[in-house]
Design a protein around this ligand. Structure first.
Ligand code: CTP
Length: 401
């Protein structure tokens, strides 16, 4: 329930604005007060009258309206709420928010607010993946904003890709996670591994892999949003630390295992890290040098510990639910089933990481959840959405939903 919670909803100009009417209705049903700001472009898609009818509040549209400023100044509008939601968050408004441009009421309020911010981006998939948009989104997330979506699927222009605004029920779930009390996983400890590991060859060189850590970090954020006390053990990534999550930074598989062991006991473990299967048996203590015509060095490798299997078979502190991933380039389901048995975990999220799928390093993921009961295929989703679904599935499995 959101009884008594005050939401400031900024509706920007995109075709998805029509879905925001449904969001207003659902927020009101849950007892929230919803004040809405419509940008000029938003008014091309939905009218102030329909928004105020559903919200039962007056709608704000103009920075320089004397009546508005007299009744509630834009600074008070920006702060007189528990949460600011931007849905749809267009590329234009995201850019203004990241750069601090304040040239209309919506952007001014985003600059002036000190409240938590939830963005539901909606735009063409090429615009979403544009470097400028990604940089601006990363800036806002680094400053503490939360994202709902965008989802993958058909877009208004007849193209397909990531850019669809999250559905109203998904935005609502994100709002409830931010505001709605303890969350289904409250009182539980979740342990998540993420990112690659770096295995040193010598003091300046290492063996690594292409993992970006995006999926594992998103899972940690989703588990935290669902109320779990969350520990994220992260290999080296370019990602900012997730707010509300205890992040332990490691480099090697051995360090990752030690950090996980130290974080136990945990109720939930999700191993999303792409752990190097081998390390250099004896890393050189000095930089390897080319000496004359001497042959190229041969690296002697030694196996790394399997962190997932160690947690899943832990004698004293096996988490109640242990989830692994299977990154495969062929025979996805067969390999995932084999890993489920070999590692002793409860679920495997299998994903095809063949070159061309764009999963390694990308923002989307297509997973099949493999467990003792069978195979559950999930549609192509953003990694954030995969994370939220996983958190919801975990809550259900632990009798918490
Ligand atoms: N994993 C782990 N520790 C390792 C290797 C893998 O915790 N040393 C975990 C990963 O985090 C993932 C799962 O095991 O959850 C499967 O990882 P994957 O790389 O797909 O499989 P591997 O076990 O490495 O097997 P292979 O490389 O032969 O496919």
């Amino acid at each position: 329930m959101l009884q008594g919670r005050r939401i400031l909803l900024v509706i920007a100009g995109g075709i998805a604005a029509y879905k925001s009417l449904e969001l207003v209705r659902r927020l009101r049903e849950r007892g929230a007060t919803v004040r809405c700001i419509l940008t000029r472009a938003a008014q091309e898609f939905v009218t102030p009258l329909s928004v105020s009818t559903l919200s039962r509040e007056r709608v704000f549209t103009d920075l320089f309206s004397l009546t508005d400023e007299h009744e509630i100044g834009h600074i008070r509008l920006a702060r007189d709420c528990d949460l600011v939601v931007v849905a749809p968050a267009t590329a234009d408004l995201v850019t203004k928010a990241a750069l601090g441009i304040a040239d209309d009421l919506a952007s001014t309020v985003l600059l002036a607010t000190d409240r938590p911010l939830l963005l539901a981006p909606a735009m063409n998939h090429v615009m979403w993946s544009a470097a400028s948009t990604q940089t601006n989104i990363a800036t806002l997330v680094a400053r503490g904003a939360t994202l709902a979506g965008p989802n993958a699927g058909p877009l208004a222009e007849g193209e397909t890709g990531i850019g669809r605004m999250a559905e109203p029920h998904e935005i609502l779930a994100a709002i409830e996670a931010l505001l709605g009390g303890p969350g289904p996983l409250a009182g539980l400890h979740a342990l998540v591994t993420s990112g690659p590991t770096h295995e040193p060859i010598d003091p300046v060189r290492y063996i690594a892999n292409r993992s970006s850590g995006k999926q594992g970090h998103a899972i940690a954020a989703a588990l935290a949003a669902a109320g779990a006390r969350t520990t994220l053990v992260s290999g080296p990534t370019r990602l900012a630390d997730t707010q509300g999550v205890a992040v332990l930074h490691v480099e090697t598989a051995a360090q990752m295992l030690a950090a996980c062991e130290a974080a136990l006991p945990a109720d939930i473990a999700v191993c999303a890290a792409a752990v190097a299967d081998w390390r250099v048996a004896t890393a050189a203590t000095q930089k390897l040098k080319k000496t004359g015509d001497a042959p190229a060095p041969v690296l002697q490798l030694a196996p790394n510990p399997d962190i997932l299997a160690t947690l899943a078979r832990h004698a004293r502190h096996r988490p109640r639910l242990v989830v692994g991933f299977a990154a495969e380039t062929e025979d996805l389901i067969a390999h995932a089933r084999a890993k489920l048995a070999k590692k002793g975990c409860d679920w495997i999220l299998a994903n095809d990481v063949s070159p061309g799928t764009g999963i390694f390093g990308g923002d989307a993921n297509t997973v099949h959840v493999v467990d003792a009961a069978g195979v559950e295929p999930w549609p192509p989703l953003s990694k954030d959405e995969v994370a939220r679904r996983l958190a919801a599935r975990i809550a259900t499995a632990l009798g918490r939903s």
